[in-house]
Design a protein around this ligand. Structure first.
Ligand SMILES: Cc1ncc(COP(=O)(O)O)c(C=O)c1O
Length: 409
Protein backbone atom coordinates (compact mmCIF):
# COMPACT_ATOMS: atom_id res chain seq x y z
CA UNK A 1 0.00 0.00 0.00
CA UNK A 2 1.63 3.23 -1.07
CA UNK A 3 0.39 6.77 -1.28
CA UNK A 4 0.02 8.55 -4.61
CA UNK A 5 2.83 10.86 -5.64
CA UNK A 6 2.67 14.04 -3.61
CA UNK A 7 0.40 12.55 -0.99
CA UNK A 8 1.68 11.48 2.39
CA UNK A 9 1.02 8.09 3.98
CA UNK A 10 -2.07 7.05 5.90
CA UNK A 11 -0.34 7.67 9.23
CA UNK A 12 3.06 9.26 9.47
CA UNK A 13 5.59 10.59 11.95
CA UNK A 14 7.60 13.40 10.42
CA UNK A 15 10.91 14.18 12.10
CA UNK A 16 12.32 17.62 11.41
CA UNK A 17 16.09 17.32 11.59
CA UNK A 18 16.47 21.08 11.30
CA UNK A 19 14.73 21.24 14.69
CA UNK A 20 17.14 18.64 16.09
CA UNK A 21 20.11 20.62 14.80
CA UNK A 22 18.68 23.81 16.27
CA UNK A 23 18.12 22.20 19.67
CA UNK A 24 21.51 20.53 19.80
CA UNK A 25 23.20 23.77 18.75
CA UNK A 26 21.47 25.59 21.58
CA UNK A 27 22.30 22.90 24.14
CA UNK A 28 25.90 22.55 23.01
CA UNK A 29 26.31 26.30 23.27
CA UNK A 30 25.13 26.19 26.89
CA UNK A 31 27.44 23.29 27.67
CA UNK A 32 30.28 25.01 25.94
CA UNK A 33 29.87 28.06 28.17
CA UNK A 34 30.79 25.78 31.08
CA UNK A 35 33.63 24.22 29.15
CA UNK A 36 31.69 20.97 28.69
CA UNK A 37 31.22 18.87 25.61
CA UNK A 38 27.86 17.50 24.53
CA UNK A 39 26.61 13.96 24.24
CA UNK A 40 23.26 13.45 22.54
CA UNK A 41 21.40 10.39 23.75
CA UNK A 42 19.82 8.37 20.94
CA UNK A 43 18.78 5.23 22.81
CA UNK A 44 15.40 3.68 21.96
CA UNK A 45 15.88 4.59 18.32
CA UNK A 46 16.48 8.22 19.12
CA UNK A 47 13.48 8.46 21.47
CA UNK A 48 11.41 7.28 18.50
CA UNK A 49 12.90 9.84 16.10
CA UNK A 50 15.44 7.60 14.34
CA UNK A 51 18.81 7.05 16.03
CA UNK A 52 21.09 7.24 13.01
CA UNK A 53 19.66 10.35 11.47
CA UNK A 54 19.43 12.11 14.83
CA UNK A 55 23.02 11.14 15.62
CA UNK A 56 24.22 12.57 12.33
CA UNK A 57 22.21 15.76 12.84
CA UNK A 58 23.51 16.05 16.40
CA UNK A 59 27.12 15.75 15.31
CA UNK A 60 26.53 18.33 12.57
CA UNK A 61 25.18 20.69 15.24
CA UNK A 62 28.08 20.35 17.66
CA UNK A 63 27.68 17.14 19.64
CA UNK A 64 30.88 15.15 19.93
CA UNK A 65 29.44 12.18 21.81
CA UNK A 66 26.48 9.91 21.24
CA UNK A 67 24.91 7.92 24.07
CA UNK A 68 23.00 4.64 23.86
CA UNK A 69 21.79 1.96 26.25
CA UNK A 70 22.63 -1.21 24.39
CA UNK A 71 25.53 -2.64 22.44
CA UNK A 72 23.32 -3.29 19.40
CA UNK A 73 22.35 0.36 19.37
CA UNK A 74 26.00 1.36 19.41
CA UNK A 75 26.92 -1.08 16.66
CA UNK A 76 24.05 0.09 14.47
CA UNK A 77 25.43 3.61 14.67
CA UNK A 78 28.89 2.42 13.68
CA UNK A 79 27.49 0.39 10.78
CA UNK A 80 25.71 3.51 9.57
CA UNK A 81 29.02 5.36 9.56
CA UNK A 82 28.69 7.41 12.74
CA UNK A 83 32.26 7.99 13.86
CA UNK A 84 31.68 10.20 16.91
CA UNK A 85 32.51 8.81 20.32
CA UNK A 86 29.74 6.44 21.39
CA UNK A 87 29.04 5.34 24.95
CA UNK A 88 26.90 2.29 25.71
CA UNK A 89 25.75 1.80 29.29
CA UNK A 90 23.27 -0.97 29.99
CA UNK A 91 24.36 -4.57 29.47
CA UNK A 92 23.53 -8.05 30.68
CA UNK A 93 26.17 -10.45 32.04
CA UNK A 94 26.72 -12.71 29.06
CA UNK A 95 26.91 -10.09 26.34
CA UNK A 96 29.62 -10.28 23.73
CA UNK A 97 31.52 -7.04 24.22
CA UNK A 98 34.16 -7.82 21.61
CA UNK A 99 32.38 -6.35 18.56
CA UNK A 100 31.70 -3.12 20.44
CA UNK A 101 35.31 -2.82 21.58
CA UNK A 102 36.49 -3.55 18.05
CA UNK A 103 34.11 -0.83 16.84
CA UNK A 104 35.64 1.69 19.22
CA UNK A 105 32.61 1.97 21.49
CA UNK A 106 33.13 3.29 25.03
CA UNK A 107 31.59 1.02 27.66
CA UNK A 108 30.15 1.72 31.07
CA UNK A 109 30.83 -0.69 33.90
CA UNK A 110 29.38 -0.76 37.41
CA UNK A 111 30.76 -3.95 38.91
CA UNK A 112 33.83 -6.14 39.09
CA UNK A 113 31.89 -8.79 37.21
CA UNK A 114 31.16 -6.45 34.33
CA UNK A 115 34.73 -5.15 34.35
CA UNK A 116 36.12 -8.68 34.09
CA UNK A 117 33.82 -9.47 31.16
CA UNK A 118 34.76 -6.33 29.33
CA UNK A 119 38.49 -6.86 29.93
CA UNK A 120 38.27 -10.44 28.68
CA UNK A 121 36.62 -9.18 25.50
CA UNK A 122 39.28 -6.49 25.13
CA UNK A 123 41.99 -9.14 25.32
CA UNK A 124 40.21 -11.24 22.73
CA UNK A 125 40.24 -8.40 20.22
CA UNK A 126 43.68 -7.15 21.23
CA UNK A 127 42.54 -3.62 22.04
CA UNK A 128 42.35 -1.39 25.06
CA UNK A 129 38.77 -0.80 26.16
CA UNK A 130 37.61 2.68 27.06
CA UNK A 131 35.77 2.59 30.36
CA UNK A 132 33.27 4.85 32.06
CA UNK A 133 32.89 3.86 35.70
CA UNK A 134 29.32 4.44 36.79
CA UNK A 135 28.68 5.36 40.40
CA UNK A 136 25.29 5.04 42.03
CA UNK A 137 24.79 8.40 43.71
CA UNK A 138 21.14 7.97 44.61
CA UNK A 139 19.15 6.71 41.63
CA UNK A 140 19.66 3.09 42.68
CA UNK A 141 19.67 1.70 39.18
CA UNK A 142 22.74 0.37 37.41
CA UNK A 143 25.50 2.38 39.09
CA UNK A 144 28.03 0.86 41.46
CA UNK A 145 26.97 1.33 45.12
CA UNK A 146 29.37 3.25 47.37
CA UNK A 147 30.46 0.16 49.31
CA UNK A 148 31.82 -1.49 46.15
CA UNK A 149 33.11 1.64 44.49
CA UNK A 150 36.69 1.57 45.88
CA UNK A 151 37.26 -2.00 44.68
CA UNK A 152 35.84 -1.21 41.22
CA UNK A 153 38.06 1.85 40.95
CA UNK A 154 41.11 -0.11 42.09
CA UNK A 155 40.49 -2.88 39.58
CA UNK A 156 39.93 -0.39 36.77
CA UNK A 157 43.10 1.46 37.72
CA UNK A 158 45.02 -1.83 37.65
CA UNK A 159 43.61 -2.60 34.20
CA UNK A 160 44.67 0.81 33.01
CA UNK A 161 48.16 0.31 34.44
CA UNK A 162 48.33 -3.02 32.62
CA UNK A 163 47.47 -1.30 29.34
CA UNK A 164 44.19 -3.15 28.99
CA UNK A 165 41.85 -0.28 29.62
CA UNK A 166 41.64 3.46 29.63
CA UNK A 167 39.45 4.92 32.37
CA UNK A 168 37.82 7.72 30.45
CA UNK A 169 35.23 8.88 32.94
CA UNK A 170 33.51 8.64 36.25
CA UNK A 171 29.83 9.22 35.78
CA UNK A 172 26.40 8.98 37.31
CA UNK A 173 22.77 9.81 36.56
CA UNK A 174 20.41 12.17 38.39
CA UNK A 175 17.03 11.08 39.72
CA UNK A 176 15.10 14.32 40.05
CA UNK A 177 16.82 17.16 38.22
CA UNK A 178 13.49 17.93 36.57
CA UNK A 179 11.90 18.78 39.93
CA UNK A 180 12.33 22.40 40.98
CA UNK A 181 14.77 22.67 43.88
CA UNK A 182 14.77 18.95 44.64
CA UNK A 183 17.34 18.40 47.41
CA UNK A 184 18.36 15.02 45.97
CA UNK A 185 20.28 16.79 43.21
CA UNK A 186 22.73 18.35 45.64
CA UNK A 187 22.95 15.14 47.59
CA UNK A 188 23.80 13.23 44.41
CA UNK A 189 26.33 15.90 43.49
CA UNK A 190 28.06 15.44 46.86
CA UNK A 191 28.19 11.67 46.47
CA UNK A 192 29.45 12.12 42.93
CA UNK A 193 32.27 14.35 44.21
CA UNK A 194 33.22 11.64 46.71
CA UNK A 195 33.22 8.97 44.00
CA UNK A 196 35.42 11.14 41.82
CA UNK A 197 37.84 11.77 44.68
CA UNK A 198 38.20 8.02 45.17
CA UNK A 199 39.16 7.69 41.51
CA UNK A 200 41.70 10.49 41.77
CA UNK A 201 43.15 8.99 44.91
CA UNK A 202 43.67 5.79 42.93
CA UNK A 203 45.77 7.77 40.49
CA UNK A 204 43.08 8.09 37.79
CA UNK A 205 42.41 11.36 35.97
CA UNK A 206 39.05 10.66 34.35
CA UNK A 207 36.56 13.18 33.11
CA UNK A 208 33.18 13.51 34.80
CA UNK A 209 29.64 13.49 33.46
CA UNK A 210 26.40 13.74 35.39
CA UNK A 211 23.94 16.14 33.75
CA UNK A 212 20.90 15.09 31.75
CA UNK A 213 18.78 17.63 29.85
CA UNK A 214 17.20 18.97 33.01
CA UNK A 215 20.55 19.59 34.73
CA UNK A 216 22.03 20.91 31.51
CA UNK A 217 19.29 23.56 31.45
CA UNK A 218 19.23 24.41 35.16
CA UNK A 219 22.53 23.45 36.81
CA UNK A 220 25.59 24.74 34.94
CA UNK A 221 27.59 23.90 38.07
CA UNK A 222 26.95 20.22 37.27
CA UNK A 223 28.01 20.29 33.63
CA UNK A 224 31.53 19.04 34.43
CA UNK A 225 33.31 17.79 31.29
CA UNK A 226 30.38 16.40 29.33
CA UNK A 227 26.60 16.73 29.42
CA UNK A 228 24.20 14.02 28.25
CA UNK A 229 21.24 15.60 26.52
CA UNK A 230 18.34 13.39 25.58
CA UNK A 231 14.84 14.74 25.50
CA UNK A 232 15.80 18.39 25.01
CA UNK A 233 17.64 17.49 21.81
CA UNK A 234 14.26 16.40 20.45
CA UNK A 235 12.79 19.76 21.39
CA UNK A 236 10.92 18.67 24.51
CA UNK A 237 11.57 20.66 27.66
CA UNK A 238 11.86 18.61 30.87
CA UNK A 239 11.93 21.79 33.00
CA UNK A 240 9.18 24.10 31.75
CA UNK A 241 9.14 25.65 35.23
CA UNK A 242 12.66 26.99 34.69
CA UNK A 243 11.59 29.53 32.06
CA UNK A 244 11.42 29.65 28.31
CA UNK A 245 14.03 27.85 26.29
CA UNK A 246 13.85 28.05 22.51
CA UNK A 247 13.50 24.32 21.94
CA UNK A 248 11.65 23.10 18.86
CA UNK A 249 9.79 19.80 19.04
CA UNK A 250 11.08 17.73 16.15
CA UNK A 251 8.23 15.24 15.83
CA UNK A 252 4.88 15.69 14.11
CA UNK A 253 2.30 12.90 14.01
CA UNK A 254 -0.20 13.25 11.24
CA UNK A 255 -2.63 11.15 9.25
CA UNK A 256 -4.93 11.53 6.27
CA UNK A 257 -8.67 11.77 6.58
CA UNK A 258 -9.94 8.45 5.28
CA UNK A 259 -13.66 9.13 5.19
CA UNK A 260 -16.12 11.98 5.75
CA UNK A 261 -19.83 11.62 6.44
CA UNK A 262 -22.83 13.36 7.97
CA UNK A 263 -24.53 11.84 10.98
CA UNK A 264 -27.89 12.97 12.33
CA UNK A 265 -28.46 14.32 15.84
CA UNK A 266 -28.87 11.49 18.35
CA UNK A 267 -26.51 9.08 16.57
CA UNK A 268 -23.94 7.38 18.83
CA UNK A 269 -20.32 7.39 17.73
CA UNK A 270 -17.63 4.72 18.21
CA UNK A 271 -17.47 1.74 20.59
CA UNK A 272 -19.75 1.92 23.57
CA UNK A 273 -21.61 4.89 22.15
CA UNK A 274 -20.03 7.17 24.72
CA UNK A 275 -20.64 10.23 22.55
CA UNK A 276 -23.94 11.00 20.92
CA UNK A 277 -24.16 13.69 18.26
CA UNK A 278 -25.99 16.66 19.83
CA UNK A 279 -26.91 17.96 16.33
CA UNK A 280 -26.53 16.92 12.74
CA UNK A 281 -22.82 17.02 12.15
CA UNK A 282 -19.96 16.04 9.85
CA UNK A 283 -17.56 13.39 11.11
CA UNK A 284 -14.07 12.86 9.72
CA UNK A 285 -12.44 9.47 10.21
CA UNK A 286 -8.72 9.77 10.96
CA UNK A 287 -7.09 6.37 10.47
CA UNK A 288 -4.77 6.27 13.49
CA UNK A 289 -5.72 4.52 16.68
CA UNK A 290 -4.17 2.99 19.74
CA UNK A 291 -2.23 0.51 17.61
CA UNK A 292 -0.61 3.54 16.02
CA UNK A 293 0.32 5.39 19.19
CA UNK A 294 -2.87 7.24 20.09
CA UNK A 295 -3.47 6.37 23.76
CA UNK A 296 -6.97 5.01 24.29
CA UNK A 297 -6.95 6.98 27.52
CA UNK A 298 -7.27 10.11 25.35
CA UNK A 299 -10.83 9.06 24.43
CA UNK A 300 -13.02 12.12 24.83
CA UNK A 301 -10.00 14.21 25.78
CA UNK A 302 -8.16 14.95 22.59
CA UNK A 303 -8.29 17.21 19.59
CA UNK A 304 -6.69 17.14 16.19
CA UNK A 305 -5.77 20.01 13.95
CA UNK A 306 -7.82 19.62 10.80
CA UNK A 307 -9.00 21.94 8.05
CA UNK A 308 -7.55 25.06 9.60
CA UNK A 309 -8.29 24.55 13.27
CA UNK A 310 -8.45 22.22 16.23
CA UNK A 311 -11.43 19.92 16.39
CA UNK A 312 -12.51 17.42 19.04
CA UNK A 313 -12.10 13.68 18.70
CA UNK A 314 -15.43 12.23 19.77
CA UNK A 315 -16.18 8.82 21.23
CA UNK A 316 -13.60 6.19 22.01
CA UNK A 317 -10.19 5.92 20.42
CA UNK A 318 -10.24 2.60 18.51
CA UNK A 319 -7.39 0.35 17.48
CA UNK A 320 -7.15 1.84 14.00
CA UNK A 321 -9.06 5.10 13.98
CA UNK A 322 -10.59 8.08 15.68
CA UNK A 323 -13.64 10.15 14.69
CA UNK A 324 -13.45 13.93 14.58
CA UNK A 325 -16.45 16.23 14.96
CA UNK A 326 -16.26 18.88 12.24
CA UNK A 327 -19.70 20.46 12.74
CA UNK A 328 -20.92 21.98 9.49
CA UNK A 329 -17.44 22.70 8.13
CA UNK A 330 -16.28 21.31 4.84
CA UNK A 331 -13.63 18.63 5.34
CA UNK A 332 -12.15 16.77 2.40
CA UNK A 333 -11.19 13.11 2.35
CA UNK A 334 -7.44 12.74 2.02
CA UNK A 335 -6.58 15.95 3.81
CA UNK A 336 -4.10 16.26 6.63
CA UNK A 337 -5.05 15.79 10.26
CA UNK A 338 -2.27 16.64 12.73
CA UNK A 339 -2.50 14.63 15.94
CA UNK A 340 0.44 16.34 17.60
CA UNK A 341 3.32 18.50 16.52
CA UNK A 342 5.42 21.45 17.59
CA UNK A 343 2.29 23.53 18.17
CA UNK A 344 3.20 26.22 15.66
CA UNK A 345 -0.08 25.98 13.81
CA UNK A 346 -2.10 25.54 16.96
CA UNK A 347 -2.02 21.76 16.79
CA UNK A 348 -1.84 19.72 20.01
CA UNK A 349 1.61 18.87 21.35
CA UNK A 350 3.16 15.73 22.81
CA UNK A 351 3.27 17.59 26.13
CA UNK A 352 -0.52 18.04 25.99
CA UNK A 353 -1.03 14.35 25.33
CA UNK A 354 1.28 13.50 28.21
CA UNK A 355 -0.55 15.83 30.58
CA UNK A 356 -3.91 14.42 29.52
CA UNK A 357 -2.98 10.80 30.17
CA UNK A 358 -0.75 11.40 33.19
CA UNK A 359 2.62 10.56 31.69
CA UNK A 360 5.67 12.38 30.34
CA UNK A 361 6.36 13.54 26.79
CA UNK A 362 9.28 11.12 26.66
CA UNK A 363 6.83 8.22 26.64
CA UNK A 364 4.60 9.77 24.00
CA UNK A 365 7.33 10.30 21.39
CA UNK A 366 9.25 7.12 22.19
CA UNK A 367 6.00 5.20 21.81
CA UNK A 368 5.57 6.41 18.25
CA UNK A 369 7.78 3.69 16.81
CA UNK A 370 4.87 1.65 15.45
CA UNK A 371 4.87 -0.86 12.61
CA UNK A 372 2.04 0.86 10.75
CA UNK A 373 3.27 4.42 11.17
CA UNK A 374 5.71 5.50 8.51
CA UNK A 375 8.55 7.62 9.79
CA UNK A 376 9.87 10.26 7.44
CA UNK A 377 12.49 12.90 7.98
CA UNK A 378 12.78 16.38 6.59
CA UNK A 379 15.65 18.83 6.40
CA UNK A 380 18.23 16.07 6.50
CA UNK A 381 21.33 17.80 5.26
CA UNK A 382 23.43 14.67 5.75
CA UNK A 383 21.50 12.96 3.00
CA UNK A 384 21.74 14.58 -0.41
CA UNK A 385 18.49 12.90 -1.45
CA UNK A 386 16.80 15.00 1.21
CA UNK A 387 18.41 18.30 0.23
CA UNK A 388 15.96 21.15 -0.08
CA UNK A 389 13.83 20.10 2.84
CA UNK A 390 11.96 17.33 1.05
CA UNK A 391 10.64 14.67 3.36
CA UNK A 392 11.87 11.17 2.60
CA UNK A 393 10.78 7.88 4.00
CA UNK A 394 13.23 6.65 6.57
CA UNK A 395 13.80 3.18 5.24
CA UNK A 396 16.61 1.54 7.10
CA UNK A 397 15.55 1.77 10.71
CA UNK A 398 12.88 -0.79 11.07
CA UNK A 399 10.03 1.67 11.06
CA UNK A 400 9.99 2.91 7.54
CA UNK A 401 7.52 0.43 6.19
CA UNK A 402 3.88 0.93 5.57
CA UNK A 403 2.20 -2.39 5.94
CA UNK A 404 -1.40 -3.00 4.91
CA UNK A 405 -3.51 -3.12 8.00
CA UNK A 406 -6.45 -5.24 6.94
CA UNK A 407 -7.68 -4.94 10.52
CA UNK A 408 -11.30 -4.10 11.02
CA UNK A 409 -11.50 -3.51 14.71
C1 LIG B 1 22.14 7.50 31.67
C2 LIG B 1 21.35 8.53 30.96
N1 LIG B 1 21.91 9.72 30.69
C3 LIG B 1 21.22 10.69 30.05
C4 LIG B 1 19.92 10.50 29.67
C5 LIG B 1 19.18 11.62 28.99
O1 LIG B 1 18.14 12.08 29.82
P1 LIG B 1 17.17 13.22 29.31
O2 LIG B 1 16.40 12.65 28.18
O3 LIG B 1 16.32 13.51 30.50
O4 LIG B 1 18.05 14.34 28.88
C6 LIG B 1 19.30 9.28 29.94
C7 LIG B 1 17.89 9.08 29.60
O5 LIG B 1 17.08 8.61 30.34
C8 LIG B 1 20.03 8.27 30.60
O6 LIG B 1 19.49 7.07 30.86
Amino acid sequence: MTAQDGAFPRAEVVVDLAAVRHNVGLLAERANRSGARTMVVVKADGYGHGAVRVARAAVAAGATWIGVCHLEEALALRRAGVTARVLSWLHVPDEDFAPAIAADVDLSVSSLRALAAVLAAARSVGRRVRLHLKADTGLSRNGCPPEHWPELVAAAAAAQAAGEAEVVAVWSHLASADEPGDPSVDQQARRFAAAYETARAAGLRPMRHLANSAALLTRPDLHFDLVRAGVAAYGLNPVPWAGDVDLRPAMTFRARVAYVKRVPAGEAVSYGGTWVAPRDTTLALVPAGYADGVPRALSGRMEVWLAGRRRPVVGRVCMDQVMVDCGDDVVVEGEEAVLFGPGDRGEPTAQEWADAVGTIHYEIVTGMARPRVVRTTKNDTADTADAGGRADTDGGQGNGRLTPSGVGS
